[in-house]
Design a protein around this ligand. Structure first.
Ligand code: CTP
Length: 475
């Protein structure tokens, strides 16, 4: 009887020649008894019953080619669309289909297989399989191992494929929303011509695209986690101050920088909540989101959460003024000029920074001129340890940005790059500052500790040891 950690020569399928290397590969490797070529890159490819299953053969080939150790598991329905023999030949491993597989020595295929995987990719994922995962049903090998996986270490990634009506069906959409909230990553579907002859959303993403996405997921898994378990709150996007039911005051912030910082914090291991104004962006995975409209709602949402967090990134373009009166009915034009009476909103960042047990605060200065000089003054006036200066006229709405981080040690320019790259650089810099401050106050753990904010515990002019703080972040 084969064991999980011992290589077993598969029977070569008729007409397919297996190389010496694949013959020597284990059918399944257990990470504890590692016989895999790359312990960090083992992927379990789950195939469910849809026409797009034929693309999974190419996906298997691409994943293998880029160095992944691929273990294929198929549902019964999947075997109606593509044979296990093809997948065995391409993966170089026996394909599993049966929850009761008696070749697994301990009889627990779902546990052994889920522990093997660094990530699970279901491609294609049918509407039925999505429904099953969303409701926690597990009556076959693939659904059971998904539920049995260690969710914090093994991302579950779905590539849906189905008829467009099935995808748009409210039940499917409910299930997808449920899975997103559970931290499952959904890639696609794509729009286009479907096997059934209809056109619309529901095509599985192409194997090359899925392979690139999987590479990106593994790259983010491999990032250092300096903020593991640290709670962080981010404000993002614009606010909208209603004048009447159809008009309001807002600004052109896209929210991209705030969302990118939230993602970078998550990738650094932080537990992230984003308080977001109205944007056209998709909410990032594995981040709690609170959606608001007005500056006042944003303030309330932030104050509600603030005692739970250690890091506060204020990136939202909060309206500085709001109408004194919001009309309940649409205002009619009179032909004369109109003066709106506006009142100041509360400065959320300054309010948080002034709390007795303030978290470590990071502001973003949006300027149109004298960028660094104005940002430096804002850092002082708001009483925060770090501010990130950017030229609003170029940054707003763009995918790229160029910023200068200003802290006690001085100015740290970050050259132009994608907002996500800039966000990772900012988070890496802030993580060093935060952790060194927390270490010197002996308090990385407690949220209600004023030591998390050096401005609360010590004057803002306290120099940070230059050796701990590289001036040129990208050097
Ligand atoms: N901010 C805030 N609440 C406000 C206004 C601003 O939390 N009501 C925060 C922003 O999220 C940002 C920082 O303060 O982190 C600086 O915002 P910015 O718009 O650059 O400056 P303002 O403080 O609004 O000052 P000004 O408009 O005069 O430049």
């Amino acid at each position: 009887m084969p064991s999980l950690d011992q290589p077993i020569a598969p029977t070569p399928p008729t007409g397919v020649s297996l190389t010496g290397a694949s013959l020597a590969s284990p059918l399944v490797s257990n990470s504890a008894n590692n016989a895999m070529t790359s312990a960090e890159r083992s992927i379990l490819l789950g195939i469910t019953g849809g026409v797009a299953a034929y693309k999974s053969a190419e996906l298997t080939r691409l994943l293998k080619k880029s160095g992944f150790d691929v273990q294929v598991v198929m549902t019964d329905a999947a075997t109606k669309f593509i044979t296990a023999t093809t997948l065995q030949a391409l993966s170089g491993k026996r394909v599993f289909t049966d929850l009761w597989d008696d070749e697994i020595p301990n009889g627990m295929a779902h546990i052994e297989l889920s522990r093997y995987a660094d990530a699970i990719l279901i491609a294609p994922a049918t509407a039925d399989f999505i429904a099953k995962l969303a409701s926690g049903h597990c009556n076959d090998l693939l659904s059971t191992l998904c539920i049995a996986r260690n969710a914090s270490a093994c991302p579950l990634v779905l590539a849906p494929a189905m008829n467009r009506e099935m995808w748009e069906n409210p039940a499917t959409q409910r299930n997808v929303a449920r899975l997103l909230a559970d931290g499952v990553i959904i890639l696609g579907p794509d729009a286009g011509e479907q096997a059934c002859g209809e056109t619309g959303l529901g095509r599985m993403l192409e194997p090359t695209v899925l392979q690139a996405e999987i590479e990106a997921i593994f790259a983010s898994k491999a990032l250092p986690k300096p903020l593991a378990g640290i709670t962080a709150l981010v404000t993002a996007g614009p606010t909208f101050e209603a004048i009447d039911p159809v008009r309001g005051i807002t600004n052109s912030s896209s929210g991209k920088m705030g969302y990118a910082v939230a993602e970078a914090l998550r990738d650094a291991g932080a537990i992230v909540t984003i308080v977001t104004g109205p944007t056209a962006l998709t909410l990032p995975n594995n981040i709690n989101a609170i959606q608001v409209n007005t500056a006042s709602e944003m303030l309330d949402a932030v104050m509600d959460k603030i005692s739970e967090v250690k890091l506060f990134f204020a990136i939202a373009a909060v309206a500085d003024y709001t109408p004194v009166t919001t009309y309940s009915q649409k205002m009619k034009k009179s032909g004369n000029s109109l003066t709106l009476d506006l009142q100041s909103t509360v400065d959320i960042l300054a309010t948080v920074a002034a709390l007795p047990a303030a978290p470590f605060c990071i502001g973003f200065a949006a300027e149109s001129e004298n960028v660094v000089e104005y940002a430096r003054k804002k850092r002082q006036s708001k009483g925060i340890p770090v501010i990130v200066a950017n030229l609003a006229t170029e940054a707003i709405g763009a995918n790229d940005n160029q910023v200068t981080i200003i802290d006690d040690a001085g100015e740290h320019p970050i050259p132009k790059a994608s907002k996500l790259k800039i966000a990772h650089d900012i988070v890496a810099h802030v993580a060093k500052l935060f952790l060194s401050q927390a270490a010197s106050h002996g308090s990385a753990g407690s949220t209600a500790d004023s030591a998390t904010n050096p401005t609360a515990a010590s004057p803002i002019t306290t120099p940070i040891e230059p050796t701990k703080l590289p001036r040129a972040l990208n050097a």
